[in-house]
Design a protein. Structure first.
Length: 325
């Protein structure tokens, strides 16, 4: 089967959008952020729109069923004032199809700018905490709760098997930074009690709340993007992922920014220091496999590895570091 070019796919989508909404597109700008899915900023006679095409290899139809659920929740969150893109549906469907079967979604275009990891300022972190707390509160009260957990912590045996492969890879090439970090990680894995996570609350979670998926203005959040991964898991992921992504810079954590996020979050959802520490440990356990020399090949994974190293180095001091928040 002949593969279609990105231009062919774009032209199909533009034609479908005109058929469904009557909008004429006069310019399309590609967006190269993200992985595999094609994205464009469309200039239409009805205003600027954002389009994401779902890659056939990355997203099976079965997987898109859960994405459709997530987008439905995003639509309702937008309606209650959570800053996220408005989704344009067609006959109640958020994921649309061209006649040839290309899957895509259309949203409003959100202004704002991206902030580098670790450089989210205090006001922005406070507002992000407010939004995350409100998002969790609304989902806790309104989203369906009869879902199985989408993810559960890997066993120690599985985690150690991955660790051994990562350590061997680092040792083979003499990557001293990773060898040292992995040896620290091994000590933590060996001594950690996985029962710690049994008390984690279950619920819906954005599950991808790092700086690449957030647009900012000078002192606030403009929009939270990419709800595609939203699932029923542990809301604590959003807490630690946002803090690790927004407040760790050059192997230090910005405690003022961290405190600002927590203060904002607590306005609508409870958050103890113990829960904050557990959330950091949960994300560390979830992402432990990314402490790998192969992460150096990808900007986002390299950043996650940097955060993992910070958590490892401060694992036994987290209570002391965060105690006054």
């Amino acid at each position: 089967m002949e593969l279609k070019s990105s231009d062919d796919i774009l032209n199909e989508i533009i034609a479908q959008i005109e058929k469904v909404y009557g909008w004429t597109t006069y310019r399309a700008e590609p967006n190269h952020f993200g992985y595999a899915n094609l994205k464009w900023k469309l200039h239409t006679d009805a205003g600027i729109r954002f389009v994401k095409q779902y890659n056939a290899v990355r997203y099976s139809d079965h997987l898109l069923h859960s994405v459709e659920t997530a987008l439905g929740l995003q639509d309702r969150l937008h309606q209650i004032g959570i800053p996220c893109p408005k989704i344009f549906s067609d006959q109640g469907r958020y994921i649309q199809r061209t006649p040839s079967g290309e899957r895509f979604m259309v949203t409003s275009y959100c202004d704002g700018y991206m902030v580098n990891p670790g450089e989210v300022n205090v006001d922005q972190m406070y507002h992000l905490g407010q939004i995350t707390g409100r998002l969790h509160q609304w989902l806790r009260l309104n989203a369906p709760s009869n879902y199985p957990l989408h993810w559960q912590p890997e066993s120690k045996a599985s985690t150690l098997a991955t660790w051994e492969k990562n350590w061997n890879d680092a040792y083979t090439v003499g990557a001293d930074k990773y060898i040292s970090a992995l040896e620290t990680q091994r000590e933590i894995i060996d001594g950690f009690n996985l029962n710690t996570f049994q008390s984690c609350e279950e619920g819906w979670v954005h599950w991808d709340l790092f700086v690449d998926n957030i647009l900012f203005h000078s002192n606030q959040v403009s929009a939270i993007l990419d709800f595609d991964r939203m699932h029923y898991i542990y809301p604590e992921f959003d807490i630690s992922r946002a803090i690790l992504s927004g407040a760790i810079l050059e192997n230090n954590i910005n405690l003022e920014s961290t405190k600002a996020f927590v203060m904002g979050y607590r306005e609508s959802s409870p958050l103890t220091v113990a829960k904050l520490i557990r959330s950091i440990q949960l994300t560390w356990w979830k992402e432990a496999a990314w402490l790998s020399i192969k992460s150096e090949e990808y900007r986002t994974l390299r950043r996650f590895a940097h955060e993992l190293m910070w958590v490892s180095d401060n694992w036994f001091a987290l209570e002391e570091i965060l105690n006054e928040i």
